[in-house]
Design a protein. Structure first.
Length: 450
């Protein structure tokens, strides 16, 4: 039926009947995007999990400060420096901190890692029936399907007690890298006609090492590669309750639905280009720079090309310099700072320092160009997406996996927020929408309609 009707005409009708006068949003003081007019977020909840700090408000004005990110009160920079100083991987320790609200001691950490390792294997028949059957061209969609399918393999799927939700959370955290890796291998085989590689996860390895092992045909990786991916996972594990996917977890969980439905909804949120897909846009933009800028060390030539992008004359004509700017951070995004330091080391090892310096140059020059052309004095910094795509590219990770890897990290924060909502929520979230059609319309009999 859809193919036999005029979709272009119907689309025009839909556009006409759904457009709202932009002035109405100001007239009724609508908080579009749940943001106030000064750019601050509308306060809709409280959390003890992640603290994102990028400015202070002084006499009703935003004052920029250096960015700070805390997990359960611990500065993420201190967390990273702590486990890296001891030459350890840190993602599993970070998951423990987010879920339980405190750092594990040595015995608790080893026990938790053992539990995660024991739960990485998928249930019998899951890989064949739920992943290799009907493979998806988009791994995030396959991930969401794998999460929803997990409901069918859970004998106690609906129980929302904290003990049961914690069990479900640990299983999902353990299996996310496997869901993603097998979904990627299925796409490579069925959509790109490549050899299918299905490695079993190693229960003795952590999340970063297993992920590299599962996505690579030879299952090999270097210690530095695993350390860098581990760092990326730690930095993406949580970002407060106000980001779109964490808020989705709160909203959906408030309806008293099951864990799998709530997490699948968060996956759908993260898939969006304005959220988890932003690092792909950065990577594509940099490739455009490389193709159109002759001298990567010429500040004037790079500034000129940034101007073209801002004026909507280059790249995707959006006017956006992807990876620059953040809803909260002003002077700096601490995640970008930490990732950049490690990225420089790997770039030197892989002979990619020249490209790293191109990133650095664009990061340094963009704020002034954007401010001058847009006539704003807003403080702008590089966000974590600016360097994460470069890191994944250096690790030989295809773009198809950039956002799924984000999900592998963020499942920890999502599960922590779901538990927090169950304990403290109690009311279904239901914001208001004002109906603005004031003229009542009469129902016309079918034969009188034009």
């Amino acid at each position: 039926m859809v193919n036999s009707i005029d979709m272009q005409r119907l689309s025009a009708i839909i556009l006409k009947n759904n457009q709202i006068d932009p002035s109405f949003f100001s007239r009724y003081d609508v908080k579009r995007g749940l943001r106030n007019n000064d750019g601050t977020g509308v306060l809709v909840g409280l959390t003890q999990i992640g603290d994102v700090h990028g400015y202070i408000v002084d006499e009703k004005e935003k004052v920029p400060v250096e960015g700070r990110l805390r997990y359960r009160g611990i500065d993420v920079a201190d967390l990273v420096n702590g486990f890296q100083r001891e030459r350890r991987f840190g993602y599993e320790e970070t998951v423990y901190l987010l879920l339980f609200g405190q750092l594990p001691n040595e015995a608790e950490l080893e026990e938790f890692k053992t539990v995660l390792g024991s739960r990485r294997l998928l249930p019998d028949g899951f890989t064949e029936d739920m992943i290799l059957t009907a493979p998806s061209s988009n791994i995030m969609n396959k991930l969401a399907r794998s999460v929803l399918a997990s409901y069918s393999y859970d004998d106690n799927a609906e129980d929302s007690s904290i003990e049961n939700v914690l069990r479900q959370a640990v299983c999902l955290i353990a299996r996310f890298p496997v869901f993603v890796s097998y979904g990627f291998q299925a796409k490579q085989h069925y959509h790109a006609n490549k050899t299918l590689f299905i490695h079993s996860p190693d229960p003795k390895l952590g999340t970063a090492e297993n992920l590299l092992r599962l996505i690579r045909p030879d299952a090999k990786y270097t210690k530095l590669e695993a350390e860098l991916l581990d760092l990326a996972l730690v930095l993406h594990a949580e970002h407060g309750g106000g980001n779109n996917s964490a808020f989705t977890i709160h909203v959906v969980s408030s309806s008293d639905t099951d864990t799998y439905s709530a997490v699948a909804a968060a996956v759908g949120s993260l898939k969006g280009a304005k959220h988890g897909g932003a690092n792909i846009k950065v990577r594509e933009m940099i490739e455009d720079f490389k193709a159109n800028v002759g001298d990567w060390k010429d500040e004037e030539e790079i500034s000129t090309y940034i101007e073209k992008i801002v004026r909507k004359e280059a790249y995707d004509k959006s006017g956006l310099v992807y990876g620059m700017g953040h809803a909260v951070y002003t002077y700096s995004d601490p995640r970008a700072v930490l990732l950049k330091e490690k990225a420089r080391i790997l770039a030197q090892e892989k002979g990619l320092l020249e490209e790293f310096e191109l990133y650095h140059m664009i990061e340094r020059l963009s704020p002034a160009v954007i401010g001058r052309l847009k006539g704003v004095d807003k403080v702008i910094c590089a966000n974590v997406d600016f360097y994460s795509g470069f890191v994944y590219a250096m690790l030989g990770i295809p773009q198809d996996l950039y956002t799924p890897i984000f999900a592998v990290a963020r499942i920890a924060g999502w599960c922590a927020h779901r538990i927090e909502e169950i304990i403290n929520g109690g009311r279904i979230m239901r914001p208001a929408y004002k109906h603005i059609r004031t003229v009542q319309r009469e129902y016309l009999p079918l034969h009188e309609r034009v």
